[in-house]
Ligand binder design. Sequence first.
Ligand code: PMP
Ligand code: GLN
Length: 424
Amino acid sequence: MAPKILPLWGRWPRGPEGAGAALDLGAHARPRHGRRPYREPPMVHPVFADLPVTVFEEMSGLARELGAINLGQGFPDDQGPIALRRKAGEALIEGSNQYPPMRGLPQLRQAVAGHYGRTQGLDLDPDREIIVTSGATEALAAAFLSLISPGDEVVLFQPLYDAYLPMVRRAGGVPRLVRLTPPHWRFDQAMLEAVFSEKTKLVVLNSPLNPAGVVTPDEDLALLAEFCVRFDATAVCDEVWEAVVFDGRAHRPLMTFPGMHERTVKIGSAGKMFGMTGWKVGFLCAAPPLARALASAHQFLTFTTPPNLQAAVAFGLEEPGDWFTAMPAGLQRSRDRLAAGLREAGFAVLDSGGTYFLNVDLTASGIDEPDRAFALRAVREHGVAAIPVSAFYAEDAVTNVLRLCFAKADDVLDAAVERLARAK
Ligand code: PMP
Ligand code: GLN
């Protein structure tokens, strides 16, 4: 569609990056026409040298190129609460557009403390225990850079969010992987005994878990807390999905378990809380000595986050109305609609207690094809993009689970089911 507003200066992008360009993931690495081929860069760090684009970028790219329904990358079709978008607009026009304080707008840190106090029983000091970041991704980077020294062992659970491993490795960490499997994706004492040691510095927990859609049970959290205390390890808790839990569940942060407040870095994301994934406003919460180290890394990563978005998020947290019940309730209805449609079409659906995601067990659905092959066939031949869960494993991948994002309108979900049924 042609843009409705003309840019104030410059031109609309043309060429490979411009609107409507066909997807060509390698385009940026090739020389422009008539130029000498680029030489291999000599100084690229091995962690990033051969890293492909993320599976989310790949699948969204294919969906755009092929005009497919995109149940791949996790983002809602809905544009997010209008009151927050208005606030952000007002703040952009009427408020400051200069650097806000490094740790974030005081008003937002206050609002985060209030929100976590009300909803999760946390007692956080907004001045000393909360840092606003540019998304959870930056919060994770700040945590890994400031807490890992070369050779430190880091316990991680597979399936793992794609950003963890490259960033842990780049910081010099040595990953110790726990392999979780469907349908329950749980860990136990023996699995933790096998990876924790005196060398363990950090453990990274993501709950609710993307892509599995499970909320770690209290019993497992208590077990992990015991290991952290026993081995004097710090927990980095990626809780970006904390507000997206279903069926009356409550999110319980690891930070609230005995001995954990002083050794936990809790990470949140306003993008997930308010269904506006492009906003990239995140939070780091940690006891003051940890927070000081995190802030030291944050100040050289991004230093700050756009003040107008921070102001709007503060407003959303201070005056949420019924958002934090209505939002998960709406998503739960979408989850149930997609699950029912898929079951009717003969797919075996795994439970989803949180996140935007529902998983299909391909083997149990009678599909004898690896998840990635099925996902590529589904998008290319049947016009529906999904995420193969094997992409979340660094080794010994589970290859028979397909992740579908249900944060979409009913008619989109229904059409996706029809197309998936054909791919079956
Ligand atoms: N962690 C997990 C588990 C996620 O699913 C995501 C994105 N969906 C992120 C981190 C990144 O969050 P943000 O967009 O706030 O950087
Ligand atoms: N977290 C999103 C997902 O799981 C993707 C974010 C991204 O593309 N980096 O779909």
